[in-house]
Design a protein around this ligand. Sequence first.
Ligand code: HSE
Length: 429
Amino acid sequence: MSRPSSTNLAVSAIAASLVTPAAPLRIGLIGFGCVGQGLYDILQHLPGFGAEVRRIAVKNPDKPRSLPKEAFSFHADELLQDRELDVLVEVIDDAAEAFRLVSAALCQGRQVVTANKAMVSQHLPELVALQREFGGTLLYEAAVCGSIPVIRTLDAYFGQEPLRSVSGIFNGSSNYVLTRMGEDGSEYAGALVEAQHKGFAETDPTLDMAAFDPRSKAVILAAHAYGVLLQPEQVLNLGIENVSATDIGYAAVANQKIKVVAGLYLLPDNQLTVFVTPQFVDRKSPLYTVDDEFNGVVIEAEYAGTQFLRGRGAGGHPTGSAVLADLAALRSSFRYAYPKLAAPTLAYTTDLEIEIYLRTDDELILDQLGFTDITEEADEDGYIVGFVPLDALLQHRDRLRKAGAFVARTGNVRPATHATDALELAEAE
Ligand code: HSE
């Protein structure tokens, strides 16, 4: 038998170190809801990954759970104090408490993974600053579009390239409801209950149906894709709480579907606009076939051209899969570079007009929105199509919701009437 050469020994040593991490990653898991259980289950099935859920913290001691009561701590702060934990994974749905825990962990210079889009979108500037000051790392791929690796794609791959637009379906629950209504003629309320039972919806489903959730995701992507830090309230969010069979039928007659589309668009003069609304989508769009709880993201890059990412956007296992990927990334010392934040060049604007379909019986709202142009009107179905200032929609979004109005974008935009230049958004082809 020949003796192994020193080269062979070196190669085997490298291979072993690549395959087997030195010690299992010790995880402190805060939250054991849909995502927490999804991650726990995935790790049980992947012993080779080399991670161990050492401690789990939950809030309510009396809630029935799939693990015995002794498996849990009821004080998340105990996990913060446990310096033997290598990583804290925060997957609770209380954004204020999540920020308290995550910021405290970052002040200790720790490694943290979160899935909390509301928390990240509300506190991104502080979270970036805490990482820089104390040397910790925060990853949050699971916060945007479930299993789709969109944040890392924008931050690491497209970190230098200008992007004309990033748009897509960022919410699984509302897409599920629209799919059921469109394909099976389901009632809105029944379809929403199904989305809740399947573990897609937030604890408060208004966040999904009124498009607060995809708005949080759009705000997070604005930082990575464009280096623009926004507060969620700056972004228009209109949802599907008031959608009816009339609206779905109107789309179907034109061979279109209604989808809740989040759009981040680069405009002339180094301006960026962002909004989240229902939109009529035709067969030419890659989003047309993104149904059920799936999400889709279209990236229009200056040099790469169009890219399309599609995957499950909600549910315990798909979202747990994104947390798993973040854990692996932490192990190889990955952190977000926020490359476009380093030299911000874009200004945020809402000074444009968008063409909408509006169905309402509230005459006052029609007046308040200030249509500048009417393209189509049908009194018998109570809808009107025309251009309105985006600022007017922002101002009246709560009233539109409460008045039972349904709004969908046609896809046409133009400069505000006082502007002179033409405007074209880089929509997905
Ligand atoms: N409620 C969210 C959705 C979960 O429906 O998309 C994933 O963020």
